[in-house]
Design a protein around this ligand. Structure first.
Ligand SMILES: Nc1ncnc2c1ncn2[C@@H]1O[C@H](COP(=O)(O)OP(=O)(O)OP(=O)(O)O)[C@@H](O)[C@H]1O
Ligand SMILES: [Mg+2]
Length: 438
């Protein structure tokens, strides 16, 4: 079995055909092929869809054979848990079992990054094999309308079904779908946002904690998109401005998984084999593929991001939660997303998802200070950055979380678990007669 699609990329306000993708075989025996079009390769503004697996060259590229094999730079344009769930729901009972090719070509135009797909050279075109063309239920969110309607009602039970379905997180959908969190691309005040929803009985009040964590990250010198929390019929919605869209512009987006050249993937979220990857590995690829004028700056941002994740116990720092955008001849670290202070994890010891230093994934200050040279940072500077950030977290988290109306009931866990590394930080421990001790 083999299926084929043209792959388009949005360049200077227009979709341009970049090449042809073919997906062959089934299950563990599947593999993908891609070939750039001659005219695309001749363009002065052509950029690689995937810097590692699909460099700008003639000829046919092929992935290894395996489960869900796809070039990472193209996989990053495919939907994750919620988007797949929406497609599965639409296909249900119609005799379709959706493949990786289907998820890619059936999904809507709000996909991440600058890619699009179509069966011919007439431009991107979404496939609708099981439905007349139009939106699928639970796909897009007209936030302005939802807010208007929510204003006139007393409880979420009175919301129209098309809006209510975004508020189901924590009920039936969670069981079968693991990390499939309802989210939607939406516009508000003329700007594009990703909207993420709270659970019905959310002990951790995720939306507020996520917004507060983002504010704290700004205070720690990280580049963070604009974020806010809005209330709809008593339920929180977290909004984060899309960094891959500007009115007429779409920016090509890839995940750190792609930058590391990894292709097959069983899950959209954390892939257990990815625990072997490190922040230093990402830094190494950034040196090779980064946007030349910004490599130094982005390496420091990546280091700060690693430090921040440890300081707020965000152990969900998997490879699809770090992104890169194409800009000025290379890849730049995207602004921050999906960073949330977490309560106690499953492990007794605090571990990051990725390796962070010579002590592997151990989420400690010592480990953060152990291998900063991969980021172009010497030990003294690393100590300076870590102490400044730890102080900023320690001094500000109670204020920021209070401002965000995070319930007082979880402040104890925030202090004793989420922010324990910042709370316990003692600069003297790292000082030996006035100079930082390695
Ligand atoms: N501000 C943003 N601009 C553009 N794309 C974004 C933004 N925030 C998130 N995304 C994209 O949407 C995807 C899902 O968002 P996010 O990671 O926040 O959701 P999640 O459901 O919490 O993820 P996870 O499955 O890791 O728990 C991201 O992997 C990224 O590709
Ligand atoms: Mg995520």
């Amino acid at each position: 079995m083999s299926q084929e699609t043209y792959v388009y990329i949005h360049l200077n306000g227009h979709f341009i055909p970049a090449g042809i993708l073919t997906m062959n075989g089934q299950g563990r025996d599947s593999y993908a092929e891609f070939q750039y079009g001659k005219r695309y390769l001749e363009r002065h503004d052509a950029l690689p869809l995937d810097p590692v697996s699909l460099p700008l060259q003639t000829g046919r590229f092929q992935t290894a054979r395996g489960f869900r094999m796809l070039f990472g730079g193209i996989r990053d344009a495919s939907p994750d848990g919620w988007g797949r769930h929406v497609l599965n729901q639409a296909a249900q009972g119609k005799g379709f079992i959706l493949t990786e090719f289907d998820y890619l070509t059936l999904s809507a135009d709000d996909r991440a990054g600058a890619l699009a797909f179509g069966p011919d050279l007439n431009g991107p075109q979404r496939r609708f094999p099981f439905k007349t063309p139009g939106e699928l239920d639970g796909e897009s969110l007209n936030l302005e309308d939802m807010l208007k309607i929510a204003d006139t009602i007393d409880s979420e039970n009175e919301l129209e079904n098309k809006y209510k379905r975004f508020l189901v997180r924590g009920s039936s959908f969670d069981s079968g779908l693991g990390g499939a969190q309802p989210k939607a691309s939406t516009s508000l005040d003329g700007r594009q946002w990703v909207a993420k929803f709270s659970r019905r009985f959310d002990a951790w009040s995720t939306c507020r904690v996520e917004n507060a964590t983002m504010s704290l990250a700004r205070l720690c010198g990280l580049v963070v998109p604009e974020t806010r929390v809005i209330d709809v019929a008593g339920r929180d919605i977290f909004l984060i401005e899309r960094f891959d869209r500007e009115t007429e512009i779409r920016k090509h987006f890839i995940s750190a998984r792609t930058l590391l050249g990894l292709q097959g993937e069983a899950e959209s979220t954390g892939h257990s084999a990815d625990h072997d990857q490190s922040y230093q590995d990402i830094a190494g690829q950034l040196r090779l593929y980064g946007s030349p004028a910004y490599i130094k700056e982005d390496l420091e941002q990546l280091y700060r991001r690693m430090v921040f994740n440890v300081l707020c116990n965000n152990y969900d720092d998997h490879l699809r939660n770090h992104g890169f955008l194409y800009s000025e001849g290379g890849w730049r670290l995207s602004p921050l997303y999906d960073v949330v202070a977490q309560p106690m994890g499953l492990e007794e010891r605090q571990l990051s998802f990725l390796r962070i230093g010579e002590h592997g994934r151990l989420a400690t200050i010592d480990n953060l200070l152990s291998e900063p040279s991969a980021f172009g940072i010497d030990r003294e500077n690393a100590f300076h950055i870590v102490s400044q950030m730890a102080e900023a977290v320690k001094n500000n988290w109670p204020i920021v979380f209070k401002e965000n109306q995070v319930p007082q009931s979880i402040f104890g866990e925030l202090r004793n678990v989420s922010f324990i590394n910042a709370e316990d930080f003692n600069p003297l421990k790292y000082y030996d007669r006035g100079s930082p001790r390695p």
